[in-house]
Ligand binder design. Structure first.
Ligand SMILES: Cc1ncc(COP(=O)(O)O)c(C=O)c1O
Length: 447
């Protein structure tokens, strides 16, 4: 019989084996691991104490930089006062306070907040609310959900069904039925090296009319899109596209959901992408930046009409049979309230406006570097597409990522052969140069 491993066994060379890393090539990682042990402001520190600049705000979540003392203190204090309280049938003060703060920040009309624990759960919640809402208003045949190619709405079954990234879908069977997709708005021939939102592509929203003609509006509950597609390779939305989508949804009484898990909380130099584009959706999903990434949290902001549609029948009846043990967790709420304070006190959404211009200037200076085939930017987000190696998609990107970390001391985000740079909103122009020049030096070294 093999003895159970003792804690001291963790010092053995294979101690990395037990952990199955998510969305990571595990074997390659374990041969050449990148271990992060500490963070502060714009920097991560590895196990040797080496500083590496965070070029992706963690995973698009640490908008105010890392280990901010006011957020840490709020979490500590909350853990000592109320560690947990049941989310079903009970409430605690901070969850109400947070719902009020978030709905006050949201576009007018989105005045209710439902809490979950991640972006994926936020998306599942929004999709379920959409279908349940249609049923509640006597439109029970409206069950179809429309997403978009290259869209990313997390990793649960609803999210991968409406999502449009083939690798996230192909391993997992037949997914949800009754789903269709709009075409991606990305077209390299028309948009390569565009700065900000491309001028080409608004007409692609009209494809929704074709889906309505195919399926009939009476079968469609909701459309879900990201105001900037993040995980699908950082694709800014063309100018005028979201306005058109809103108009078509209104014409056919289809709900419009903006997945703002990445675009919320300043990434597009506004509280939400909805505000930047002047388009009010029926629901907004959020996560990540709401707590600065310090405690998991997600949720959905919902229009009053939707909430009210459920508030019928006997008062002692549960109106929505959905929720999570950790919905509105006290630690997450404390972190979120401290985060929202910090965003306001430091004017980080305004800072993002200046940072957007700096990042745009600097990232486009990478045009002409080896293997660069496109560069995009919007808000505090940018992407550099590299030509894939023949028959080995993702290999060049992975090498760039490794060298950025080990040699250049910078941590961009990787999506296939796309290098994404999306710094924390506290970044200075000098910080942006460190990131861009770090990536440039690696691009020149990689064949
Ligand atoms: C737009 C969008 N929706 C949903 C998610 C899923 O969030 P999580 O990883 O917290 O489940 C993400 C994560 O990157 C995202 O970018």
């Amino acid at each position: 019989m093999t003895a159970a491993p003792r804690p001291s066994d963790l010092s053995r060379p294979n101690a990395l084996e037990a952990y199955w890393l998510p969305f990571t090539p595990n074997r390659a990682f374990k041969k050449d691991p990148r271990i992060i042990t500490r963070a502060e402001g714009m920097y991560y520190f590895d196990q040797n104490g080496r500083k590496v600049m965070d070029g992706a705000s963690g995973l698009w979540c640490s908008n105010a930089g890392h280990c901010r003392p006011s957020i840490t203190a709020a979490i500590r204090a909350q853990a000592g006062e109320l560690d947990y309280s049941p989310s079903f049938l009970y409430g605690h003060p901070k969850v109400f306070e947070l719902a009020n703060r978030l709905t006050a920040m949201a576009p007018k009309g989105l005045d209710h907040a439902f809490f979950a624990n991640s972006g994926s759960e936020a998306c599942e919640s929004a999709l379920k609310i959409a279908i349940a809402y249609q049923r509640a208003i006597g439109q029970g045949t409206r069950t179809r959900l429309i997403g978009r190619e290259r869209g990313y709405h997390g990793v649960n079954f609803g999210g991968i069904s409406v999502g449009g990234m083939v690798n996230n879908r192909k391993q997992f069977g037949t997914l949800l039925t009754g789903v269709d997709h709009l075409p991606t708005t990305y077209n390299r021939a028309e948009q390569a090296f565009a700065r900000g939102e491309p001028t080409w592509g608004a007409h692609l929203a009209d494809e929704l009319e074709k889906l309505v003609a195919l399926h009939d509006a009476s079968t469609i509950a909701a459309v879900i899109v990201e105001p900037m597609s993040g995980s699908g390779g950082m694709v800014p939305t063309p100018k005028g596209y979201l306005q058109k989508l809103r108009a078509i949804c209104d014409k056919h009484s289809i709900l419009l959901i903006f997945d703002e898990v990445i675009t919320g909380f300043g990434r597009l130099a506004a509280p939400f992408g909805a505000e930047r584009y002047g388009v009010v959706p029926d629901m907004i999903t959020f996560a990540k930046g709401v707590t600065n990434g310090a405690v998991p949290m997600g949720g959905v902001l919902v229009k009053k009409e939707i909430y009210d549609a459920f508030m019928t029948g006997p008062e002692q009846t549960i109106e929505l049979f959905h929720g999570y043990t950790y919905s509105g967790h006290p630690l997450a709420c404390a972190a979120a309230l401290a985060t929202l304070d910090l965003y306001r006190e430091e004017g980080l959404f305004e800072n993002a406006k200046a940072l957007e211009r700096t990042l745009e200037e600097q990232v486009h200076s990478l045009k002409g570097e080896p293997n660069v085939v496109d560069i995009r930017n919007v808000g505090v987000a940018s992407a550099i597409d590299l030509a894939p190696l023949d028959g080995q998609p993702g290999k060049r990107g992975y090498e760039v990522l490794q060298r950025c970390f080990h040699e250049a001391g910078v941590m961009p985000r990787l999506s296939g052969d796309t290098i994404v740079i999306a710094p924390c909103l506290i970044a200075t122009a000098d910080d942006v140069s460190v990131l861009i020049e770090g990536v440039r030096s690696v691009l020149r070294a990689v064949t």
